[in-house]
Design a protein around this ligand. Structure first.
Ligand SMILES: Nc1ncnc2c1ncn2[C@@H]1O[C@H](COP(=O)(O)OP(=O)(O)OP(=O)(O)O)[C@@H](O)[C@H]1O
Length: 567
């Protein structure tokens, strides 16, 4: 049993039939149709099984029938039981197919939307937890809860109809007490709402904490603080355990309450029928058969509704994750963000239909531009003209906002006040995808992925870059051999090597997309003087006919500048 989730109450009240989930999920409506058909067949099996059992027992004990007379019904009962087992396995197979399709569809949609949202607004650990474990938890919803919901709609109706024909007073008792089960379910759901919200928050906090911890473990070890984290983890996991147990208690209690309500109702039916049997109201083989039929069918009417409550608890986590995925899908994409931001070093290849780049090397102007970060004082105001087709080096002091300024040109940061213009046109009036298409960018800390150096360099362009172009870019950047393995986050490369792989990426982009703007953030930060000189020499042809903006304090870099700017 998994912990509950915030929207338990809302969905419980609404029958937890999430239309958005079914709408988003390709093939889900077919699956619901399959569930309904299987549910009808299962209802028929329940009724037929009950009738055959009652008839067999009444025939054998009250009618004195021998084995030969009973054999056809015995075979019928065996066939019904076999059909129930077959239906259950078909249901399972259909559920697994549907769940797999829905999960991959949701993941794809969420990833596509995440690619179009402004970068840096989500915590990686939390998002990964949502897209992997959270969406996986939808299995319980599709494989168990939805079929149970269909059964809960069909079986009680079928059973009640048969009971009304066989024994109206018993049917009346069942009809009056059946609504108690969903009613109790909704009441319990309301009670658990706040607890479920806290539970989800603590699950997210745990994922958050672990992701940060794993990323920072080498540093923590170096400073002898790794051991201390055990205490912090103990606190976080303790909190998680406490909240999970509180919710599980509620889940067990709710199962108990539903069980009790159903048992009491069945007991009332049993007493009603039993009294009639004793008093002779239900006499002979037919009477016994009716009594048995009613007694066998009564619990079957409650069973699917109780199952809905139980399976809902199991599927609540998946629904909570789906709710968060819908929140991501509803987030507005950044203006013009229809294409993925492929200038980013970790960006996935975008669609091949790229907007046209700026026509030629532009003049870039910052007019009284101020950047800010939440909770921080605004950065100093900048007014700056970056001349077209020249190399400008930004030498402002550390923390003055050089990287922020470069990120702003890609649309990753927006100025609080003031403006940025390309050839006199305000950046806000340009298509961000077209602007990014015009820029080759080396960020200060290039993000490297698991693969070879060549794989990492190839990320620079949406299409598959030819080997020769990759080799040329690697050579120009003096990056390590194309076949060298790189682990996630650049593990296996020195900081200088990682920076040169990032530079090779920017150069490949400049070669293949002929980008008129080149932005380099500390391109030679970790290099020795000889390698730095070699890299800067290789850069010379790339600087021609391009507007080049470099953030660096290095003497050798300043030496190649047409202009130097500080603030
Ligand atoms: N994501 C962020 N959230 C909050 N503050 C930030 C963030 N990124 C940068 N800053 C702050 O904004 C200021 C400018 O940062 P930025 O990286 O642009 O400076 P920089 O001039 O490139 O520095 P350096 O030369 O050290 O690379 C710094 O004070 C930094 O702490």
């Amino acid at each position: 049993m998994t912990p509950l989730a915030p929207q338990y109450t809302r969905n419980a009240a609404a029958g937890a039939f999430d239309r958005r989930l079914l709408h988003r999920a390709r093939g889900a409506s077919v699956y619901i149709g399959v569930c309904a058909a299987l549910g009808l067949a299962q209802t028929a099996c329940v009724i037929a099984g009950a009738w055959l059992t009652a008839s067999l027992v009444a025939g054998a004990f009250a009618g004195g029938q021998d084995l030969a007379a009973l054999t056809p019904r015995l075979i019928g009962l065996a066939a019904v039981l076999a059909a129930r087992a077959l239906l259950a396995s078909v249901q399972e197979a259909a559920a697994n197919r549907a769940a797999a399709g829905v999960k991959s569809g949701l993941r794809r949609q969420a990833l596509e939307r995440l690619m179009r949202l402004p970068s840096g607004t989500r915590h990686t650990g939390e998002t990964a937890q949502l897209l992997v474990r959270g969406i996986d938890a939808l299995d319980a919803y599709f494989a168990r809860y939805l079929p149970q919901l269909v059964l809960a709609a069909l079986v009680p109706a079928g059973v009640l109809a048969v009971m009304f024909l066989a024994h109206p007073p018993a049917a009346l008792v069942v009809a009056l007490t059946l609504p108690l089960i969903p009613l109790f379910g909704v009441l319990i759901g309301r009670y658990t709402k706040a607890r479920a919200e806290r539970q989800w928050a603590s699950t997210s906090a745990l994922a958050h904490h672990f992701a940060d911890l794993v990323a920072g473990l080498p540093t923590l070890k170096a400073f002898g603080r790794a051991g201390r984290q055990a205490g912090a983890i103990q606190v976080t996991t303790g909190e998680y355990r406490r909240r999970s147990m509180a919710l599980l208690r509620v889940a067990f209690c709710s199962a108990l309450v539903l069980e009790l309500a159903a048992s009491l109702s069945v007991a009332v039916v049993a007493v009603t029928v039993g009294v009639q049997l004793v008093e002779g109201g239900l006499a002979g083989q037919a009477g016994l058969q009716t009594a048995l039929l009613v007694l066998i069918l009564a619990p079957e009417a409650y069973l699917p509704l109780r199952g809905v409550g139980t399976h809902y608890h199991a599927s609540a986590e998946g629904l909570a994750a789906a709710e968060r995925v819908f929140a991501i899908l509803a987030e507005p994409v950044e203006p013009g963000g229809d294409a993925a931001p492929h200038a980013g070093p970790a960006a996935l290849p975008a669609a091949p239909h790229l907007p046209p780049p700026l026509r030629r090397a532009p003049t870039i102007m910052f007019r009284r531009t101020v950047f800010g970060y939440p909770g921080r004082d605004p950065l100093p105001e900048i007014s700056l003209t970056v001349p077209a087709a020249q190399t400008t080096v930004l030498t402002a002091r550390s923390g003055a906002g050089k990287s922020t300024l470069l990120a702003a040109l890609l649309g990753f940061r927006r100025p609080v006040t003031g403006s940025i213009a390309f050839d006199g046109t305000d950046l806000s009036g340009l298509d961000p995808a077209a602007v990014r298409r015009s820029i080759s960018w080396l960020p200060q800390r290039p993000v490297l992925i698991d693969g070879t150096v060549a794989d990492n360099v190839r990320l620079a362009v949406p299409e598959d870059a030819p080997d020769a172009a990759v080799a040329k870019a690697i050579a120009a950047a003096h990056a390590p051999d194309a076949r060298r393995r790189v682990a996630a986050n650049g593990a296996g490369l020195s900081a200088g090597e990682a920076a040169r792989v990032g530079l090779a990426r920017a150069l490949l982009r400049a070669d293949l997309l002929d980008t008129p703007v080149l932005l380099l953030d500390e391109p030679t930060a970790h290099l020795d003087a000889d390698t730095e000189r070699a890299v800067l020499e290789s850069l010379a042809p790339y600087r021609e006919q391009r507007t080049v903006l470099i953030a660096s304090h290095r003497e050798a870099v300043r030496a190649i500048a047409d202009r130097e700017v500080a603030w």
